[in-house]
Write a protein that binds this ligand. Structure first.
Ligand code: AMP
Ligand code: ZN
Length: 471
């Protein structure tokens, strides 16, 4: 499989360190609010990546963190703790908020057929691991204590800004207007590994550490959790593109300084879901959730298809019109599949040919829009229905669009509707009218038509014979 690697800015042949297990790490949600459909675009594409790797013969083990501490309003380690902000908003404790929004996140994932990673680890459960890494970085001279906090010293690195080539001086450090710079930092890009001097006296979660009671910085959690479960090497690390800087840049800085060697070989970044007003974001307060889409009558699968129709390395613009188009396409797709006959044999050669196109799409940097085209190719193909159904079920191991089960539900619904419409008395009247017409007894035919009309039955004369329907 060829994948674009953000680290090298090239499509590369994906080669895991061991063919037996791909070690895949993904940044999890900050659980202070519901996930919006932008966040979920990232999780959908990561899910497709994991399933595609498995499908193509690279068995994956996936670990994900849950950020329940340390993520401040600005990614440059200033501003309010997001968890605390959520707790205040809802008059609950931080842990209650974390549990509630973690559960809500996985409920949304389930609706979107996003598989739960093999291992999910809240950051608050790994404090000793983080402390160990911070100690190691201090021992090796990559960190310093200032004003009670522990900072990573970016001036000790040969290259800090590993994902981009532009001038390091120009880095914005996630600094936003209204967020003050931390005077303890020796260098502009230094970041906090461990906080003790939070300007928030009421910081809810604190732990003992060699540097005083405090809490970990956000970046250290992904390095610590990944090393806890995967050891010193990682094959692939994924997240949204906004995480590339500073979060992933800092993860690499601290992990490789601590380990003394390269840490992760491939970096997979999903681009944003945007609205007219720019990136959809939780901190802006107004955002769309899966539940809201459902309330408006959309099947979550329509949103999944909407995401799959575009490549993960392109920004995707959300509009209701675009979603409506995806919903209509999904409905049509399922109706076509429901029309396929389940009997008959699978033509193996045809099946392989169809699969080849699908595999080609996945191999080419996870081109899901081409993979969706391969799906339509199946429906158009000149082969048996059984072959088509087999190919669709096979592709859906990766796409997870509920293709076969949704078609079965539709078929059952159509059968139930047909059964509900069956009425032998009406059939008898319709037949009697046809006979009357044949016998040129038009008065009787008209009388029967009027009787049916009184019963709200409309008669339709078609080339295939007379049909009726309730109006
Ligand atoms: P957060 O819960 O804010 O830590 O974000 C969870 C994941 O969603 C991260 O991988 C982010 O990079 C990603 N993300 C945030 N906003 C968007 C967006 N508008 N479109 C796609 N992914 C996003
Ligand atoms: Zn992370």
């Amino acid at each position: 499989m060829y994948l674009y690697n953000s680290l090298t800015h090239m499509k590369e042949l994906f080669q895991p360190n061991s063919p037996d297990m791909v070690k895949m790490y993904t940044c999890g949600p900050t659980v202070y609010h519901y996930a919006h459909i932008g966040n979920l675009r990232t999780y959908i594409m990561e899910d497709v990546l994991e399933k595609a790797l498995n499908y193509l013969g690279y068995p994956v083990k996936r670990v994900m963190n849950i950020t329940d501490v340390g993520h401040l309003s600005s990614d440059a380690d200033t501003g309010e703790d997001k968890m605390l902000k959520g707790a205040k908003r809802e008059h609950k404790s931080v842990m209650e908020i974390a549990q509630y929004y973690t559960d809500a996140f996985f409920a949304d994932c389930e609706k979107l057929n996003i598989k739960k990673p093999d291992l999910v680890q809240p950051a608050t459960g790994c404090i000793p691991e983080f402390i160990r890494i911070v100690e190691g970085l201090l021992d090796k001279g990559f960190a310093y204590v200032a004003g009670g906090n522990v900072y990573f010293d970016t001036s000790k690195l040969e290259k800090y800004n590993v994902f981009y080539d532009h001038d390091e001086e120009d880095l914005a450090v996630g600094v936003r207007e209204g967020v003050e710079e931390d005077p303890n930092k020796r260098n502009k890009n230094d970041f906090v590994l461990w906080f003790t001097k939070s300007k928030f006296e009421d910081q809810a979660l604190k732990w003992e550490s060699p540097w005083g009671v405090g809490y970990p910085g956000w970046h250290i959690e992904c390095s610590g959790i990944s090393m806890k479960y995967f050891g010193e090497e990682l094959d692939i690390h994924a997240g949204g593109i906004d995480n590339a800087f500073p979060h992933h840049t800092n993860e690499i800085a601290q992990s490789e300084s601590y380990l003394g060697h390269k840490w992760c070989n491939y970096w997979f970044h999903v681009h944003h879901l945007n609205t007219d007003g720019g990136k959809m974001s939780k901190s802006k307060g107004e955002f769309l959730t899966v539940s809201l889409l459902e309330e408006k009558g959309y099947d979550p699968m329509a949103y999944r298809l909407f995401c799959l129709q575009s490549h993960y390395r392109r920004n995707l613009v959300f509009s209701w019109e675009n979603l409506d188009n995806a919903a209509a396409a999904y409905e049509k797709l399922i109706a076509k599949i429901a029309g396929l006959q389940e009997n008959g044999a699978v033509e193996q050669a045809d099946f392989e040919k169809l699969k080849e196109r699908f595999v080609g799409a996945l191999n080419g940097d996870l081109n899901t829009s081409l993979a969706v085209t391969a799906l339509y190719d199946v429906l158009k193909a000149k082969t048996s229905d059984a072959t088509k159904l087999a190919a669709l079920a096979d592709f859906d191991r990766v796409l997870s669009l509920n293709l076969i089960p949704a078609a079965q539900v539709l078929r059952k619904k159509q059968a139930a509707e047909a059964a509900a419409a069956y009425d032998p008395e009406i059939d008898a009247l319709v037949a009697a009218r046809t006979e009357a017409k044949k016998a040129k007894n038009f008065a009787e035919a008209d009388r029967i038509r009027a009787e049916l009309k009184a019963r709200s039955i409309e008669i339709i004369d078609t080339p295939q014979g007379v049909k009726w329907r309730k109006v």
